[in-house]
Ligand binder design. Sequence first.
Ligand SMILES: NC(=O)c1ccc[n+]([C@@H]2O[C@H](COP(=O)([O-])OP(=O)(O)OC[C@H]3O[C@@H](n4cnc5c(N)ncnc54)[C@H](O)[C@@H]3O)[C@@H](O)[C@H]2O)c1
Ligand SMILES: [Zn+2]
Length: 672
Amino acid sequence: MAAGNVHAVNVEERIRELADQVVVLRDAYYRGSPLVADAEYDAVEDELRGLIADNPELTPDPNPLDQVGAPAVLHAPVRHSRPMLSLEKSTTPEQVEAFFARFPGQPVVVMPKLDGLSLALVYENGRLARAVTRGDGTTGDDVTPLVRALTAGVPARIDAPGRVEVRGEAVMLRSTFAAYNAAHADKPLINPRNAAAGTLRAKDPATVAGRDLFFFAFDLDTSDADSAAADLEQGLSTLGFSVADMRHCTDAAAAQEVITTIETQRDQLDYDLDGAVLRLADRVAYGAAGTRSNSPRGALAYKFAAEERTTVLKAVVWDVGKTGKIAPVAHLEPVFVGGTTVTRATLANQEVIKARGIRIGDVVLVRRAGDVIPFVAGVLDESQRTGAEEEIVPPVTCPSCGQALVEQGNSRELFCVNVACPAQTVRRLIHWASRAAADIDAIGQVWIERLAEAGLLENPSDFYTLTKEQLLEFDRVGEVSATRMIDSIATSRAVGLRRALIGLAIPMASEGTATRLCRAGFGSLEEVADAGEERLVAVEDIGPKVAASLTEHLTRLRPELERLRERGVSLDVREEDLPPVVSSDAPLAGKTVVVTGAINDPRSGEKVARPTFQRLCEQAGATTATSVSTNTDYLITGADVGASKLTKAEKLGVEVVDQSEIWQQLIAAKIV
Ligand SMILES: NC(=O)c1ccc[n+]([C@@H]2O[C@H](COP(=O)([O-])OP(=O)(O)OC[C@H]3O[C@@H](n4cnc5c(N)ncnc54)[C@H](O)[C@@H]3O)[C@@H](O)[C@H]2O)c1
Ligand SMILES: [Zn+2]
């Protein structure tokens, strides 16, 4: 038999196999229970597309790649005025260049490819008439009541005559997703996209209460051509929509730069995105470019690395933390996700493991998005189980010291309360030496473990009795490294109140707590230990639980504080931990501000780091906060501000102030 024939038969079979897989995977996905991660589904599509391109005569009929993925059931079908399509995908700069080459001279907007579900909002004479899902692209589901109840960013009225159709993406913000899962450990959502789709599939809005969504607009169609601007972004924002973050570009190089910016800023955004979208900025030009079987010609998607992948859960190790919390850590078959290779992920606590039904040996979905540590989001396809999977059994005694564990809170978190627990001892020593605390940078984790094992370290104060001679007795320690270690310890004696408090790892006391105590006028760690709960709760943002924990643990640590003092360690407040001296005519006195966007000094044009600018605002009398709340007076905006922060400010009635205005005040007050 000729080799060519074997090949042909195999290719034909493979194409059929892949096409069948696409149908099955899409069906499960659009029913709300995906069987694989998106990246794995995309790989199936890519292989199929590649084989069909090389063997056009073997194109399956029907070809699933020419269809828009559709949900199985439609409750209230509505036909779209024009099809809602998929997007052509690209992954290389050459493909971006080819897109620009197709439309010479046309300006293009580049925006995030939001990961939610698309919606069409139809307005008739200024009133929201219908909100419809994409469905199979031709016919979608009418989800108006759910959208009205749960989706922010969908105005009930707009100022435009006739029929106006606005399309965009309904997403669950990452902050909403995290808050919802924290409050519903027994019913966690798997990821924001699935959560958004599931929410708008609900039959009864009551069952999805708290699952708030946000609508970002990216498409506009008007019956009356003159009723909105030709520029897409301008048209949408004039009508009052939160527009997907669009940047105008006139050539491929500029677009590529924006794509890179979106990808690098991805972790700081409050929504999931799986790529960037390029699209003709002019609405008439976009319409005139027309469509292919399932995608518009005037747009192109650029795909980013996946933030979710599936892999095998090999084992679960219960890890003892510095406060005695015993947390389940997933050991995984290495997997590339969120830009790095992940081998460990958190499983949160025993309630979450139970709710997600995870077993050892399962193929699990791992999610690493934003600055959140990787976590195991669940098991997608239970039919892959072989029967050899094992239950995850929480320990009843401490894996380090053997003492019986205690359970705390609704999530039944496990704690070892033995203050002499060796694992906790080592964790606490490592924490004391870490950058945010004493910063003993010449002694790494491995050395701390070794020194603790040798009986030389038990408490942080023991660092300060170590001698060069003791260190030289260890293998592979020479004169140079021993001297470096001792010098590094000596430098750390200046640690001071704020960082020493961080270093002592008191349960519930955060870095913010330490900062606030310094600013509230506490002069030393002993003063905090002696203050009593009443004086502590008087400090802004310190509640009764934190105050009780501080008092209890600092009382217990009293002898340790004495030892630290005796060994020359400063526990007094440091200049840098105090609020800046504010002059009487400070322009921002008494104001609470949030800074967002890119900050530049208008005099030099140079970029200014956000913490530096915040410090300047503080010197002008302001208190800085990280997120907009009802307490915020001003949202100070730099360049490229995301729509979600602005909308939130608007909702809460917070005044939005451009950075230029603040710079003028800083300059006038001679702060800069
Ligand atoms: N896990 C699975 O088993 C599985 C199965 C099927 C599909 N999927 C996933 O679903 C997607 C399928 O592709 P698709 O056709 O639904 O969408 P697509 O990736 O082709 O993109 C089209 C969609 O992008 C959205 N979008 C977001 N931001 C946009 C913007 N700024 N401008 C225009 N559109 C924007 C719109 O909702 C639009 O419908 C892929 O991400 C795929 O991985 C996964
Ligand atoms: Zn223990």
